[in-house]
Design a protein around this ligand. Structure first.
Ligand code: NAD
Length: 390
C-alpha cells in the first residue's frame, strides 16, 4: 500500500513568541512530505487560537490543551487523524505529553532534553517499546551533513582508535539576570520546575554530550564535573566544566556555558585518534576539518561530489549545491526527513531505507538524562569522578 499523501503533523507548544516551535514548522514542511494540520500551541488557550489563525489552520483543529487534542483527534476516522505530533514545550511537559500521545497511538517528535529525570526517561523507553510508535528526539546537530561525514570517517577508521574528544557549547545570552526582565525563554530555562535539575547542562550540555557520542559511536562512562551559578539569585547552573571518560578508554573535556560573554552558539568539537583528527564548528557547519597525521590539514566542504561519494548519509542530508550555505533549519529538516520516511515505511508496511533510521531516538534521550544525572551527582560529590548508572 502506498500512502500517497503528506504526513499530518500536530504540534504542542510553539505559540506566539515561542522560539523552537516555528523552527520545527519551517523544517517539517521543507521537503513537502509533511503538513501541519493543528495543535495546542500555547499554555494559554487564547494564544493557541491566535497562533492557529496566523498559520491559517482549520479552527476545528486548534485545541485548548493537548489532552483535548488527543481526545478530539481520536474521534476522527483513523486515516484522517494526525499521524504524528511534535512536542516543543518547556522540558517539564515533554514526558507527560509524549507518554499520552504514544499511548493514544500517535508517533512523536520530541524536543530535548527528553524528560526531567532518568526515571521518566526509562519509562518513555518502555512506552515506545510497548506502543511500537516511532519516536524522534530533536538533537538537531546530528542532522548536519558534515557531522554525518565526520561520523562515517570515524566509523571507517580514518582516525584510528579515538583517544581524545573536546566538545564545547559556550553561549553568553544569560550573562545577566535576563529571567528577571520576564524574557520568555530565559524565565523557564532558569526555573528548576520547568527546566530540570541542571540549567546550562540540560539546555546545551546535552547537545554536546549527544554530538560527541553520535560522531564517535562511543559512550561516556564517567564524569568529573563542576557546575557553577555565576549570576546572583539564579536557581540553576549557568556554567558547566566537565572531564569525561569514554568506554574505549578515550578521555574528553566538555564545557558548556551561558555566561561566556560574546559567544553566541559556539558549539564545536575536536576529535583525535591514533592516526588523525577532526574538527567541526556549528557556526560554520558547511566545513569539516580533517587532519591526517603527517599530511596537511584538509577542508571538506558540503555539497561536493567527494563528500557524497564518501558518505551516503551526508549526501542524503544535502539539498543545495556547494557554496550556498545550509545550516540550522536544514539540519532540523534532515531529522524530520528521516523520521517521516520511517513513519511512512511503517504505515506502508515495508522496511525503511537503513539511512532513514539515522535520527536521534528514545535511547539517545535516555543517554541525555543519564548524562545529566551523572553531571549533577559528580558536581555535588566529594570524590568527583562519578560513573554513569546502568
Ligand atoms: P519557548 O518558551 O520559546 O516556547 C515554549 C512554548 O510552549 C510556548 O508557546 C508555551 O506557551 C508553550 N507551552 C508551554 N506549556 C505548554 C503546554 N502544556 N501545552 C501547550 N503549549 C505549552 O521555549 P523554546 O525556547 O521554544 O523551547 C522549547 C523546547 O525546545 C525546550 O524543551 C527546549 O529545550 C527545546 N529547544 C531545543 C532547541 C534545539 O536546538 N533542539 C533549541 C531551543 C529550544
Amino acid at each position: 500500500m502506498v500512502l500517497g499523501r503528506k504526513l499530518r503533523m500536530g504540534m504542542v507548544g510553539g505559540g506566539p513568541g515561542a522560539f523552537i516551535g516555528e523552527v520545527h514548522r519551517k523544517a517539517a514542511r521543507m521537503d513537502g512530505q509533511i503538513e501541519l494540520v493543528g495543535g495546542a500551541f500555547d499554555i494559554n488557550p487564547e494564544k493557541s487560537k491566535q497562533m492557529s489563525k496566523v498559520l491559517y489552520l482549520d479552527p476545528n483543529r486548534c485545541y485548548s490543551c493537548y489532552q483535548e487534542m488527543i481526545e478530539q483527534e481520536l474521534k476522527r476516522p483513523e486515516g484522517e487523524r494526525m499521524d504524528f505530533v511534535a512536542v516543543t514545550t518547556p522540558n517539564n511537559w515533554h514526558y507527560p505529553i509524549a507518554r499520552d500521545l504514544l499511548e493514544a497511538g500517535f508517533h512523536v517528535m520530541c524536543e530535548k532534553p527528553m524528560t526531567i529525570s532518568v526515571q521518566e526517561a526509562r519509562s518513555l523507553v518502555q512506552i515506545v517499546q510497548k506502543t511500537k510508535r516511532v519516536f524522534g528526539l530533536m538533537h538537531n546537530y546530528t542532522g548536519y551533513p558534515m557531522v554525518k561525514l565526520a561520523r562515517d570517517m570515524v566509523k571507517n577508521g580514518e582516525l584510528g582508535k579515538i583517544r581524545k574528544i573536546i566538545v564545547q557549547y559556550p553561549q553568553g545570552w544569560l550573562a545577566t539576570a535576563l529571567e528577571r526582565t520576564g524574557q520568555q525563554q530565559a524565565s523557564w530555562r532558569t526555573d528548576p520546575k520547568q527546566s530540570g535539575g541542571s540549567g546550562c547542562g540540560g539546555d546545551i550540555g546535552t547537545h554536546a554530550e549527544n554530538l560527541s557520542e553520535y560522531i564517535t559511536g562511543l559512550k561516556m562512562t564517567h564524569l568529573c564535573a563542576e557546575l557553577t551559578t555565576f549570576v546572583k539569585g539564579r536557581k540553576l547552573d549557568d556554567d558547566v566544566n566537565c572531564l569525561v571518560k569514554f568506554n574505549n578508554g578515550a578521555k574528553g573535556v566538555l564545557h558548556a556555558s551561558q555566561i561566556s560573554v560574546g559567544e553566541e552558539n559556539n558549539l564545536a568539537i575536536w576529535i583525535y585518534g591514533e592516526k588523525g583528527g577532526l574538527e567541526w564548528h556549528q557556526e560554520h557547519p558547511n566545513y569539516l576539518y580533517v587532519k591526517p597525521m603527517g599530511k596537511p590539514m584538509q577542508v571538506w566542504k558540503r555539497g561536493n561530489d567527494y563528500v557524497a561519494a564518501y558518505s551516503p548519509a551526508a549526501a542524503r542530508a544535502t539539498r543545495l549545491p556547494f557554496g550556498h550555505p545550509e545550516a540550522f533549519i536544514e539540519a532540523f529538516a534532515n531529522i524530520y526527513c528521516n523520521f517521516a520516511d520511517t513513519i511512512r515505511a511503517r504505515m506502508e508496511g515495508r522496511k525503511p531505507d537503513p539511512l532513514a533510521l539515522d535520527f536521534p531516538d528514545v535511547h539517545d534521550g535516555l543517554r541525555g538524562m543519564l548524562f545529566l544525572d551523572t553531571l549533577l551527582a559528580s558536581a555535588k560529590s566529594k570524590q568527583k569522578w562519578t560513573p554513569f548508572k546502568k
